[in-house]
Design a protein around this ligand. Structure first.
Ligand SMILES: N[C@@H](CCC(=O)N[C@@H](CS)C(=O)NCC(=O)O)C(=O)O
Length: 212
């Protein structure tokens, strides 16, 4: 049985969503963030040397890093569903958005949130790194003007990874998305998926998903 250790308001919601999309059985263990620091509690930190969410158990295997977990689940338990193979017409798009999520957009959102929290910052490097989030939102908007999902016509793992910075991450790095109509339409599209609704009802029973 797969066990998802889910930290409230965190990237581990990606894993819950994927498991619901794949209709795989799993057990969810939920942990609340420390109310003062907003970090993971010590029980969560004890799960793994790096102490971050998500953490997935599959028998004796314990795996972290959301990108690795999504890839592992898709190929080990999901028969490759929600992935594209080399040679598929949108393979490069699939790869790009899959990696953009954690390689560029999440770091930009985290820097942006941190710089805002520290009072804006006059440091040109901090300003420039923080402004990468504007570029990311513009790129996402341009992409979603042309396709319903990041890799093209169908939902893939790229969406599982890209959704978090566009939704729950805005609790940590606030962002007005009223100027991004394609992003708003995408969030409504994903929000209408029964698997996403089930996942968020289980992962965050007391919070509405940030779909607007
Ligand atoms: N690249 C990692 C990032 C993990 C990460 O930063 N997780 C955050 C939650 S969104 C976390 O665990 N924060 C609590 C803490 O650091 O104590 C991944 O994708 O799994």
């Amino acid at each position: 049985m797969l066990i998802v250790h889910h930290l409230g308001n965190s990237q581990s919601e990606r894993v819950v969503w994927l498991l619901e999309e794949l209709a795989l059985p799993y057990r969810l263990v939920r942990y609340e963030r420390d109310p003062a620091t907003r970090l993971a509690p010590s029980a969560y930190k004890a799960l793994h040397a790096f102490g971050t969410a998500p953490v997935l158990d599959d028998g004796d295997l314990r795996l972290t890093e959301s990108g690795a977990i999504v890839e592992y689940v898709i190929h080990t338990h999901g028969a490759g569903r929600f992935s594209l193979r080399p040679g598929a017409p949108n393979y490069a798009d699939f790869l790009f958005w899959w990696h953009f999520a954690n390689g560029s957009m999440m770091p930009a959102a985290m820097t942006n949130g941190l710089v805002a929290r520290l009072g804006g910052g006059d440091d040109p490097l901090a300003r420039s790194l923080s402004a990468r989030l504007d570029l990311a939102y513009d790129m996402v908007e341009a992409r979603l003007k042309n396709v319903p999902y990041f890799a093209g016509e169908e939902l893939t793992g790229a969406d599982i990874l890209m959704l978090f910075p566009l939704t729950t991450m805005r609790r940590f790095s606030p962002r007005d998305i009223s100027g991004y109509p394609a992003i708003q339409a995408y969030l409504q599209r994903v929000g209408a998926r029964p698997a996403y609704q089930r996942a968020m009802a289980k992962a965050e029973p007391n919070l509405a998903p940030m779909l607007s």
